[in-house]
Write a protein that binds this ligand. Structure first.
Ligand code: PAF
Length: 285
């Protein structure tokens, strides 16, 4: 696996891979990698693909400065994991490569989306502007044909799809396929997250009630599912939201709705903010 920090080196290696007939498959990350990230690599590691991963802890998407300061970092281990998993190129950009003097900020409203106003958008003001801005910039630099994002960040994934569709329709971007990766969980159902590294063993137990609560929503009406799920969360969890929503609009579904929805959670275990979601089938009341 090659490692580069400069845009120019990246460009050369991408051009070389393309000249060999390869497609560019891209996995952007903020490091502190776990099996969830590595499963994203597995989805695109084929002979036809030149697999590029990036690690950049993006200051712009942290609405809480202490979350940014405490974000786990493990570059040496991450690089070894990516190499062993078959990544061809690791891009480690400097902040000035990603953010030139006046970066072109892209928020949900700039791509005609209202997803920035609800759930994560509401609880983390500016977060999605940071995410879309960095992802768009990384896409400009890496020029991928395929990019992979985890389903655990469901609202992020939906917004990135919307941004790519918007940029394609305005001729701002070449065709790019966004692939979704399944959430990877521990043996008790806790969704793997870089932030889990900041939980002690008692907090891990507490955090495991998130999946129990979300899974319990299956087969109930939206209101019953929500109120029972809230009861199943460990009392020490400080909930930002637990909602049963339509998986495109991210708006709560009506109580008479039957069908597939997303049960979404965000909240704090200690001072660590976790999110999770499960696709569940709801039965209207
Ligand atoms: O999901 C993440 O790790 C980040 O939000 C991303 C997509 C790498 C952008 O910084």
């Amino acid at each position: 696996m090659k490692q580069v920090t400069q845009a120019e080196q990246l460009k050369q290696l991408i051009a070389q891979a393309r000249s060999e007939g390869k497609r560019i498959a891209f996995i952007p990350t903020m490091g502190a990698l776990h099996a969830g990230h590595l499963s994203l690599v597995d989805q695109v590691r084929t002979d036809e693909n030149f697999v590029v991963a990036s690690i950049f802890v993006n200051p712009l998407q942290f609405n809480d400065p202490s979350d940014y300061e405490n974000y786990p970092q493990s570059l040496g281990v991450d690089a070894r994991l990516l190499n062993d998993r078959g990544v061809d190129l690791l891009f480690l950009p400097e902040p000035e490569t990603i953010y030139p003097e006046s970066p072109n900020l892209i928020g949900p409203e700039d791509i005609g989306s209202n997803l920035g106003e609800v759930l994560e958008g509401e609880f983390r003001p500016g977060h999605f502007q940071g995410v879309l801005t960095v992802v768009s910039r990384l896409f400009d630099l890496v020029t991928p044909d395929i990019a992979v994002f985890g389903k655990k960040d469901a609202q992020q994934l939906a917004l990135i799809r919307q941004m790519v569709a918007h940029q394609l329709s305005s001729g701002r971007r070449m065709p790019l396929k966004i692939i979704a990766g399944e959430t990877v969980r521990d043996e008790h159902g806790l969704a793997l997250s870089s932030r889990n590294a900041r939980l002690d063993s008692d907090q891990i137990e507490i955090a495991r009630t998130i999946n129990t609560a979300l899974s319990s929503c299956e087969g109930k009406s939206a209101s019953v599912a929500k109120s029972q799920a809230l009861q199943m969360l460990h009392p020490d969890i400080k909930v930002d939201y637990l909602e049963i929503v339509d998986s495109e609009s991210f708006q709560p579904v009506d109580d008479d709705y039957s069908g597939i929805t997303l049960a979404l959670f965000a909240g704090y275990v200690g001072d660590v903010r976790l999110i999770d979601n499960r696709e569940i089938s709801i039965k209207g009341s």
